[in-house]
Design a protein around this ligand. Sequence first.
Ligand SMILES: [Zn+2]
Ligand SMILES: [Zn+2]
Length: 333
Amino acid sequence: MLVMTLEGLYCPLGNFYIDPKGKVQNAVITHAHSDHARKGAAHYYSTTSGVSLLKSRLGKNIVVKAFNYGEKFLINGIQLSFHPAGHILGSAQICIKHNGETWVVSGDYKRQPDPTCEAFEVIKCDVFITEATFGTPNYSWDNNIDNGKKIFEWWLENSRKGLNSLLLAYSLGKTQRILGLLKKYTSRSIYCHASAISLNECYRAEGIELLNTISLNEIPNNKELKGELIISPPSILKSKQIKILGPNLRIAFVSGWMSNSQRFGPLCEQGFVLSDHADWKDLLLTIQQTGAKRIFVQHRGNGTLVKHLKSLGIHAYPCEELFPIDSRQLCLF
Ligand SMILES: [Zn+2]
Ligand SMILES: [Zn+2]
């Protein structure tokens, strides 16, 4: 049903790609992160709740057809549907059915609750193509930790000392998740990097409640921030804007990579382990719950997860083994 090509996962029967690179006719998009949604497709297919994010990333003139979660649609006679992936707003797994066989492409996903996006849905399938960003046993999220509370308390402590608190987080997904998690603890406004402001608006337009935000670009030149919380991608550390935040700044990274302490940068005295991807145990749980007979692993496909699944007697392969028909024929002859 699907093969791996230079442009990405491709369905020859339906002539569509999933999260393709380069110029293609039909692009079915799992979510709006830049390593999944790229310019160059003639037609895009997206979830309804993901359209505004997709347009804010790729331009409002892209041609896009939108479908609700669970809604069935056809591309060249092949049936598809989007299902929540729990990764960011509008993120989807893609379910493809043909001749009685069901394939599911997970896209990026997580199983932890997130107030800013639709919760992951398990879909029974024959073939499951899973991501594995954190596909080693070293990565395990503690579900008992309330990260909203932890971040709020860290900010409060810094604030009492008159210090600003800078959280380093991706502009799309992580920033909004933090703004959603903090809502339980405060109604204060949060300063955000300009790149996140329009994305915050996309979330609000979909009815997601976020704390009020102010763009770092809107701070008057002579105004000094004191005791504030700022969320920005790490690029701010190399920009002039870092000066507005004053010399006595507390910095913390918010990422799944934080569970591996070697990844702490020299500037970060603290890190919060908060990921929008499944950890090792949730990857295994999800694979088992789909009931799939064959598993293909995207990202780190040759690594630990494939080996582990094989040791359990599961038919698991790196995604690269979804050979295009032509190259497989070449291999045979
Ligand atoms: Zn992503
Ligand atoms: Zn990704």
